[in-house]
Design a binder for this molecule. Structure first.
Ligand SMILES: [Zn+2]
Length: 359
């Protein structure tokens, strides 16, 4: 049933007289792509700017340190607490990670998972154990039954996301994730779940399973596997320098993650972040797309999207988002996903053998 996955592209050509070539006629290609699940369009253009000039993050990291409420010297004094009936002991820890209520909640259940004691890691140096502890403590928290009962039981949606560094909208440098349980899944997840439900009704199969099969067979956007986790570059890109997706086959919800899944994911993510670092990327947004707490894996498989973020022009602090994403609601990329995948795959394969593969 792979014909049910449609990779739709429209190629465009813009023509003008170019002063850089003595006003000779010149042609400039661009492309529209349509997300095979939702039909949302992505523009791929402006290839001349497809490099990320480095920005010096060091002064920002230094400035953020003295007042950081997540550093180990102060965090236990400043951390908010849950009532014992919701979270016995008031907060949760796992390895170096600590989870407590967000002082500025986004929803009824809205926590912060501080992922480590260290204040900052450059992308290439974020250790797998930090990712494991952060994701693991969020999973432990969202499994607490009393908490789930607060917001509609099995119908509640877990939202786990990470804005890393200020270039990605993070208000604190210190690595931390947002951990939310909500009756409202948010626009993007609601749209995806509805489209997956419709796909299931039309084709009798899971969209994500068919997509993985199609991507693995075509190979041009396939990255590889870290244990049970599959990695690929989406056909319709969402970020200027290319985004990456991870899929957990057979897992519907964030709470379904086993310790092994979390370790497998952490290992794959360190590779992806290591690759972003070679492009001088200094931040990213990451989100787990989970079905509702009580869902079986019969329409949706847990997916993670990772978007590299950067300042396009450090001299004038030109941001990488504009009317295109925020008002027109198109996605926008300056690299073809196949190019991104080729380079990332090369980097991924050059890394030491995966621990998961050794096990
Ligand atoms: Zn800190």
């Amino acid at each position: 049933m792979l014909e049910s996955i449609v990779f739709k592209t429209e190629r465009k050509l813009s023509r003008f007289l170019d002063p850089r070539r003595d006003f000779q006629p010149s042609e400039h290609p661009s492309e529209m792509r349509y997300d095979p699940l939702t039909g949302l369009s992505s523009r791929i253009c402006h290839f001349a700017h497809a490099t990320a000039p480095p920005m010096d993050l060091a002064p920002i990291v230094e400035r953020s340190l003295p007042s950081c409420p997540f550093c180990p010297q102060v965090v236990m004094k400043l951390a908010t607490r849950y009532e014992d009936r919701l979270v016995p002991g008031g907060l949760l820890s796992r390895g170096g990670a600590l989870l407590f209520p967000n002082l500025f909640p986004y929803d009824e259940v809205s926590a912060v998972a501080v992922m480590c004691r260290e204040h900052y890691f450059p992308l290439a140096e974020l250790p797998a154990r930090v990712l494991e502890d952060g994701v693991g403590v969020a999973r432990d928290f969202l499994r607490l039954p009393a908490l789930r009962d607060e917001v509609g039981g099995d119908a509640a949606y877990p939202i786990v996301a990470w804005n890393y560094t200020t270039v990605a909208g993070g208000s604190m440098i210190h690595p931390h994730m947002q951990v939310i349980l909500s009756s409202n899944p948010g626009n993007a997840l609601r749209r995806e779940l509805a489209a997956e439900q419709a796909y299931k009704e039309r084709h009798g199969r899971l969209f994500r399973e068919d997509l993985l099969e199609a991507e693995r067979r075509r190979g041009e956007r396939w990255i590889g596997e870290s244990g049970s986790v599959c990695w690929h570059v989406p056909f319709a890109p969402s970020a200027l320098l290319g985004d990456v997706a991870a899929v957990f086959p057979g897992r519907a919800t964030f709470q379904d993650l086993t310790d092994r899944d979390v370790a497998d994911f952490a290992e794959g993510l360190t590779r992806v972040l290591g690759y972003f670092a070679t492009l001088d990327i200094q931040g990213f947004n990451l989100m787990f797309f989970s079905d509702a707490c009580g869902a079986a894996p019969d329409r949706h498989w847990l997916t993670v999207k990772v978007l590299p973020r950067f300042i396009i022009g450090p001299k004038l602090m030109v941001q990488d988002t504009s009317y295109v994403q925020l008002l027109l609601e198109d996605r926008f990329a300056m690299l073809f996903p196949e190019e991104v995948a080729e380079k990332l795959r090369e980097f991924w394969n050059a890394q030491p053998r995966l621990r998961a593969a050794q096990g």
